[in-house]
Design a binder for this molecule. Structure first.
Ligand code: SF4
Ligand code: SF4
Ligand code: FES
Length: 263
């Protein structure tokens, strides 16, 4: 475990700059120096830089406690949450870029909300009930283990780090991404969601779903909430393969193989 600070360090921040309101100015890197202080996070460092050196610097933070998911950024090439990253765990030169895979707003700020909304619409991330809602009906208890498993999927804070770290998500804008696959599993497991296996097959199978994933697990490595994404993909592949066995021609056409089960 690193010390919370390494006394006496002067940090050099190299920060990506781009201002949407000044399109004539090319994107560029700008350098800033800052004295490191005890327990300094990137949130604190960026605020100090903005207060004292770069008032126009754009970046996003809200909760400062790894809950809201707004502060994802590339730090020396790795997607992380800025609010939970101590500078003491970084070298003296810290390069900051916005997360790739999302619409750039300016500097380090990206529009993850638009991406996550698009993904949610693509996978229809809501409970599909066939019967109309009956407010008079008694509540149905849920098994504790199942409730815990659903909650596990709900721990995603939509920070976008996994998407930024995923080569497939960065090259195929229709790929639902690691967060999308996690979302699919969450609803697939929900007994209140009455989508059929056929409905799910159309969402999950194929190059925009779990068979688009090449399984190198960059997403799980960078997820700040340690979501077990490997297990998610194994589950989805199993379900898709079982259903695909009933639709073999389609499965072979989609995957080119049936031997990728288990991620
Ligand atoms: S394992 Fe799949 S979803 Fe995760 S980063 Fe690799 S390609 Fe993307
Ligand atoms: S799965 Fe993890 S890395 Fe991806 S958006 Fe959710 S919390 Fe962030
Ligand atoms: S500021 Fe909310 S997760 Fe970092």
């Amino acid at each position: 475990m690193s010390e919370a600070t390494q006394p006496g360090r002067t940090l050099r921040f190299e920060i990506f700059r781009w201002d949407a309101s000044r399109p004539e100015v090319e994107p560029r890197m700008e350098s800033f120096e800052l004295e490191e202080t005890p327990y300094m996070t990137l949130f604190l460092a960026l605020n100090r830089i903005r207060e004292s050196q770069a008032p126009s610097l754009q970046f996003d933070f809200a909760c400062r406690s790894a809950v809201c998911g707004s502060c994802g950024m590339m730090v020396n090439g790795r997607p992380v949450l800025g609010c939970q990253t101590l500078t003491a765990n970084l070298p003296e030169v810290i390069r900051l870029h916005p997360l790739p895979g999302f619409e750039l707003i300016g500097d380090l700020s990206v529009d993850t909300g638009r991406w996550f909304r698009g993904m949610a619409e693509q996978v229809e991330a809501w409970v599909h009930e066939r019967e109309p809602f009956d407010p008079e009906a008694p509540e149905q208890p849920m098994d504790d283990d199942l409730a815990r498993a659903l909650y596990e999927g709900e721990r995603c804070i939509e920070c976008g780090c996994c998407v930024a770290g995923c080569g497939v998500a960065n090259t195929n804008p229709h790929f639902v991404g690691p967060a999308g696959l996690n979302r699919i599993k969450r609803f697939m497991m929900d007994p209140r969601d009455e989508r059929s296996e056929d409905d799910w097959f159309d969402v999950v199978a194929g190059e925009d779903g779990v068979f688009g994933c090449v399984g190198l697990m960059a997403c799980q490595d960078v997820c700040p909430k340690d979501l077990p994404l490997l297990e998610v993909y194994a589950y989805l592949r199993r379900r898709a393969l079982l259903q695909g066995a009933r639709r073999p021609g389609e499965l072979l056409q989609i995957t080119g193989t049936t031997s990728r089960d288990g991620g």
